[in-house]
Design a binder for this molecule. Structure first.
Ligand code: NAD
Length: 280
């Protein structure tokens, strides 16, 4: 039976550490706000935005909510970002994705000042991460590194196979695992022999966005399995990309869904906000 990597508990530890740090910074006169922008009323986005505001309140950081109507133009959104870039009290700017189809996400991401890019999506943040310079790390992959480290999983020298090459999970995940001295293989929708490649993984990170796709036949005995996927099954229950029950009996450690990677993403967002306040 695998050890269950408890993302809820680990994210709580991180948030408590950040709360303490934010209070100390406040004593030194260092404060700041996170601006959260939502365009439209996608229900999943509304839940994420609410969770982010609640996390700010817990840690003791001010959050400013900008709830814009669906028909907001790209120009209007870019103008708001330009204003927030100039506001001294705003230390982080987060635009909840996805945006409505008429707004170009890349343009919006690139409009955010890299000093306030707490999501870590700006090309400058990605570039800095690639060459190991200081900057904001993309939250989900950074959260996975914390999950592994705080669960005592050794990374250096291990073979890590990542399924997925998206800009927000797969690619930055590969770079961060490389930074931790893992030997990294990235797989994707055009990979041949996915099963055989995955069977070689000491650490298997699954971010493919396919509900309960990865079963025991993809997993080497004793591997550590990290499930990034979030879906609702036919009974409206949350599930991941991994068939948890059958993989759990084979792996040495595994993250559940919910309660694995998900809570870490917000904790690392808060980490980036506190870092931004500290560096003002
Ligand atoms: P995406 O759709 O952008 O990327 C999916 C990747 O999986 C692609 O690179 C694709 O090549 C690969 N893929 C798809 N089918 C495949 C196949 N059959 N074989 C091999 N590779 C395949 O998704 P994403 O944004 O990276 O997110 C992945 C999952 O993680 C989604 O379920 C998403 O909801 C979830 N997610 C969770 C968090 C969190 O905080 N827990 C954060 C971001 C994303």
């Amino acid at each position: 039976m695998a050890k269950i990597i408890d993302g809820k508990k680990i994210s709580q530890q991180i948030k408590d550490e950040l709360k303490e740090k934010a209070a100390k910074l406040k004593e030194q006169g260092k404060t700041g706000a996170l601006a959260v922008i939502q365009v439209g009323q996608d229900p999943a986005s509304s839940v994420y935005v609410r969770n982010k505001k609640n996390a700010c309140a817990y840690i003791g950081i001010e959050s400013l909510a900008y709830e814009l109507p669906e028909e907001t133009t790209e120009e209007e959104l870019l103008k708001l970002i330009a204003e927030l870039n100039e506001k001294e009290q705003v230390k982080g700017i987060l635009v909840q994705l996805p945006l409505p189809g008429h707004i170009c996400e890349d343009k919006v991401i690139q409009a955010i000042s890299p000093c306030k890019d707490v999501d870590g999506f700006h090309p400058q943040s990605v570039g800095a991460m690639t060459i190991g310079e200081p900057g904001f790390l993309s939250c989900t992959p950074a959260g996975i590194i914390q999950l592994l480290k705080r669960s005592g999983v050794e990374i250096a020298g291990k073979h890590c196979v990542i399924i997925g090459r998206s800009n927000i999970v797969g690619k930055p995940m590969a770079l961060l695992m490389l930074r931790e001295n893992a030997t990294v293989t990235i797989t994707h929708s055009r990979t041949r022999n996915l099963k055989e490649v995955c069977q070689q993984a000491d650490i298997l990170i699954v971010a493919m966005g396919k509900p309960q796709f990865i079963g025991a036949e993809y997993v080497k005995e004793g591997a550590v399995v990290i499930d990034v996927g979030i879906h609702r099954d036919e009974n409206n229950k949350l599930c991941g990309d991994v068939k948890f029950a059958e993989v759990e009996s084979l792996a040495s450690a595994i993250t559940p869904v919910p309660g694995g990677v998900g809570p870490m993403t917000i904790a690392m967002l808060m980490n980036n906000c506190v870092q931004s306040i500290e560096e003002e």
